[in-house]
Design a protein around this ligand. Sequence first.
Ligand code: DX5
Ligand code: ZN
Length: 238
Amino acid sequence: MILSPSLLSADFSRLAEELSALEAAGLTWVHLDVMDGAFVPNITFGPPVIAALRRVSGLFFDVHLMVEDPARYLEVFCEAGADLLVIHAEADRHPQRTLAAIRGMGRKAGLALNPGTDVNALRWLAADMDLLLVMGVNPGFSGQSFLPGTYEKIRSARRVLDESGGAGVPIQMDGGACPENAALLAEAGADILVSGSAFFGHKPYDQRLEAFLRPLAGRVARPALSAAAQWKARLPRA
Ligand code: DX5
Ligand code: ZN
C-alpha cells in the first residue's frame, strides 16, 4: 500500500515544512488537490503553488485535477512539476486524447471516477491510463464521510481493468480513508490510499503512516502496486 497524503488538510501557512515532515517520516508521495470552483464547489491552488513546492521537495507529486476541461492546463501543470496528472472522466469530453497527451509529456496519466460514475466508463480507456482513481466521496472537500458503496466499486473497477488490458493499472482511493478502513480498502483492491483529514493533524507523521500500514501487515502486494512504487525513481527531475 502507498499512502498519498492530501495536502488540502495540511497547514497552508507552512506547506514547505509539511512536505519536509512527510519526507522525513518516510512518505514518498503527496496528493495535490486542484479545484476550479466549476467542476467542484471549492477553489484551492494551482500551478504557481505547485511550482513553488517542487523547488523544495523531491516527493512524487500526485496531482488531482478537479477542473473542467483539464486538457487546457496539462502543459502548465507538467512545467510546475507534476509527476502524475489525474483527470476526471466527467470533466473531459475526450479523455482518451487527454490521457495520451499527458503520457506524451512524459508524465503518468490517471483517470478519476466520481461516486456516481459507472466503472464501465474506464473500459475503453484502460490501456491509456497508468492509474485509476476511485472517489470515496463526492469531490470538493476534505473531511467528508466515506461512502460504503466504494468497496464494491473498487472490486468492480479491478475486474473491468483486468478484463480490458489494464491488469497492471493500480487503483487509488480518495476520500474518507482512515486507519480503520485501510484493510477493507486494500482487500477490495485499493493499491494507493489518499488521506487528508485522517492524516494531517495527527503528528508525528511516521506514527500516523504506521497506523495506516499496520492493519495491512502480511498482505501480498499486487503487481500493479509494485509498479506504482517504482514510479518516483523513474521520472526525470528538473
Ligand atoms: C476531495 C479531495 C480529497 C480530499 C481527501 O475532493 O479530492 O483528496 O482532500 O480528504 P479526506 O481524506 O479528508 O476525505
Ligand atoms: Zn483528491
